[in-house]
Structure formats: structure tokens, C-alpha cells
Design a protein around this ligand. Structure first.
Ligand code: MRU
Length: 345
């Protein structure tokens, strides 16, 4: 059974609490925009497409509250709610992309009250449903790149937990596995928050796919000494030239992959493209609380008083990327021209 990462029902956004996995499968119910923003910041829900889907349902929470308050127009507080959801995390463009879709309905002037609510809920559900389809299509394109027996290296979590569907990079694995290919995954543990160890290992083990966990620092030796067919990562924001912001540690993997002649693929839907940016230097990188580095699973590791550095993402230059797999196929450099041919502009 697929994990139910995000669901909306009767005024509640229900999130599978990813901070508690794999020890506990608990759900967190968000009844207000503030609760949802807090959940996004704490990574109860995380992964670029997943936070877009969750935020879209958050706009429905805001209109629900406006209708319940019944004072004035339920539409009045929506622009502010959308802007505070947008500010929850800065790097993944899917968040702003989903909120822009929701905001467009306000501009289109749907009536207040239940008609507006119905339109917003239908749009949030459409974003969720579309993401399922995008994941499926990325998986199909990516799986064609893998031989019948393949070993891949994947950082962070890029599966059901990170999207509205089966994932980005992990969709490639799930699809190839469903096609009968024998896929072995090496999963980077992904410090400081251990998305690889806690989430990817949990997903793949449930799915019956062979997974081996490694410390992030072991990736170089793995690539130097074992036959790895490809590295696959997801993306949080891809600039017009193909530079890719993704989970911290992706950039060193790209350098290592190039050093050892291993293809390095990015798997991301069109909602992760930000062609308004010339290159990756314009991408805002989220700096998180250094205490996440001082601790592991709630336990302090470092002595009191030491400093810390905790960027949540890094930027891999396009020149290190072998291909970007979207729902439309596998794009190769020069990316600006390839994106324009597929998506216009
Ligand atoms: O900080 P997180 O866990 O939200 O970071 C997630 C990633 O970096 C993923 O690789 C990315 O969102 C793309 S895969 C859906």
C-alpha cells in the first residue's frame, strides 16, 4: 500500500508525520494555515512537490476559516494566507508554483463563499492529481535509462513521501522494479535530518526493493570501487540554464560522479523549473537552524558552544548534469534551448 502522505478532508489537512518515521506512523491534522506552515517548516511534510500540494490545500483551510468566521468576505484574508504559505520555505519553487495556481482563481473573480471554496478545493485536488501523473511519466522516461540489472545511488528522499505521487528519482526505481528489472539502490543517509536513512530506506523496504544505506561521506569510495550505473537526484528549483538546487550533498555527488564517469541525472517535473532565473546563483538557499547539525534524532552530539553551518540545499552546475528527466522526456544540454523547445518561451 502506498503511504498516504497528504490528504484533505472536511477542513483538515492530514499529513503523515515524516519527523516520526520510521519509528512511528502517525498523522498530524492541520486545521489552520498557521499549523500547516509550522508543519512545512518542521518537515512534517517535505519534498518540493509535496509541499506545493500541501500548501494548495492550505489555501482551502484559509477559505474554510473565512467562511466559518462569517464576518465580511471569506476572500479577504486569502492573499495574506497565500503569502505566508509561500514564505514557509524559500528554495523549492513548487511551493510558489502551486500557490500561484490557487491565487489565479482569486483573480478570476469566483464568487465568495461556497462557490469560491469549491473552486479552490477543485484546484488543490487537480494539483495533487496532476503530480501523481507527472511522477508516473517521469518514472517511465527514467526507467528506460536503466539496464535489466542496475545499481543506482540516490540521496535524500524523492519518493511517495516527497511528492503527490510515487516520486521523482524514486519513481524511476519503482517503475523499473515494476517492469521486472533488478534494481539495487544505495541510499545516502543525508545528514543532518536523515531523509535517506529514515524515509528512503523505509519506502524501499516496504516496496521490497533492495536498499543499502551509506554514510554521506562514503559515496566517493562507493563510486570509486563499485559499478554504479547512475546517480539520480530530485530537484527543488532548476534555473533556466539547467543549474539544479537540491538537497545538500547533491553537488559533491555530481562532482564525484563526473570524476568516476557515472551518469548524473536529475528527475523533476515542470513545476520545479524556474526559467525566470538565469542561473543557479540566483536561487535562494534555505539556511536552517544549526542545532540540526549538533543533534541527531533529538540527541545532542556536539559539545555545547560550537558553531554550526546548515544549508538545506546546494546548487549543482548544469555542466555536471548528464540529463534532466521531466514528464516530457530526457533533456540534454544546452538546457535553456531544450526547455524552450518543450515548454515554449
Ligand atoms: O528538505 P527536504 O527534505 O524538503 O528536501 C527534499 C529534497 O531536496 C528533494 O530531493 C527534492 O525536494 C526533490 S524530490 C521531490
Amino acid at each position: 500500500m502506498e503511504p498516504q502522505t497528504i490528504a484533505y478532508e472536511k477542513g483538515i489537512v492530514r499529513l503523515l508525520d515524516q519527523t516520526r518515521l520510521p519509528l512511528e506512523e502517525k498523522y498530524l491534522d492541520c486545521r489552520s494555515v498557521d499549523e500547516l506552515i509550522d508543519a512545512i517548516r518542521r518537515l512534517v511534510v517535505r519534498g518540493a512537490p509535496a509541499i506545493g500540494v500541501a500548501a494548495a490545500y492550505g489555501v482551502v483551510l484559509a477559505v474554510d476559516r473565512g467562511i466559518a468566521a462569517a464576518a465580511g468576505s471569506p476572500r479577504k484574508d486569502l492573499p495574506a494566507a497565500i503569502e505566508s504559505l509561500r514564505a514557509a520555505r524559500p528554495t523549492a519553487v513548487n511551493l510558489g508554483w502551486a500557490l500561484d495556481r490557487m491565487a489565479r482563481l482569486l483573480d478570476q473573480g469566483e464568487a465568495d463563499g461556497s462557490a469560491l471554496r469549491a473552486a479552490l478545493l477543485a484546484e488543490a485536488e487537480a494539483i495533487h492529481e496532476e503530480d501523481r501523473d507527472l511522477c508516473r511519466r517521469m518514472g517511465e522516461h527514467g526507467a528506460k535509462l536503466l539496464p535489466d540489472r542496475a545499481t543506482v545511488l540516490i540521496p535524500c528522499n524523492t519518493g511517495f513521501l516527497a511528492t503527490g505521487g510515487m516520486g521523482t528519482a524514486l519513481a524511476v526505481v519503482y517503475t523499473a522494479h515494476a517492469q521486472g528489472k533488478q534494481i539495487r539502490v544505495f541510499a545516502d543517509e543525508t545528514r543532518p535530518l536523515l531523509q535517506g536513512a529514515r524515509l528512503t530506506a523505509w519506502e524501499l523496504e516496504r516496496a521490497g526493493i533492495e536498499v543499502h544505506l551509506l554514510a554521506d561521506g562514503a559515496a566517493g569510495w562507493l563510486l570509486a570501487t563499485q559499478k554504479i550505473d547512475a546517480v539520480f537526484i530530485g530537484g527543488d528549483r532548476i534555473a533556466g540554464n539547467g543549474d539544479v538546487a537540491n538537497k545538500i550533498g547533491s553537488y559533491p555527488l555530481a562532482v564525484l560522479a563526473r570524476r568516476h564517469g557515472v551518469p548524473f541525472y536529475v528527475v523533476a517535473p515542470y513545476s520545479t523549473l524556474d526559467r525566470s532565473l538565469e542561473d543557479g546563483s540566483q536561487i535562494a538557499i534555505e539556511l536552517r537552524d544549526p542545532s540540526e547539525v549538533h543533534h541527531a534524532l533529538g540527541q545532542r552530539l556536539a559539545p555545547e558552544g560550537v558553531g554550526g553551518y546548515n544549508p538545506a540545499f546546494d546548487v549543482t552546475p548544469a555542466e555536471l548534469v548528464s540529463g534532466i528527466i521531466t514528464e516530457q522526456g530526457v533533456f540534454r544540454a544546452p538546457y535553456r534551448r531544450a526547455f524552450a523547445a518543450a515548454y515554449g518561451g
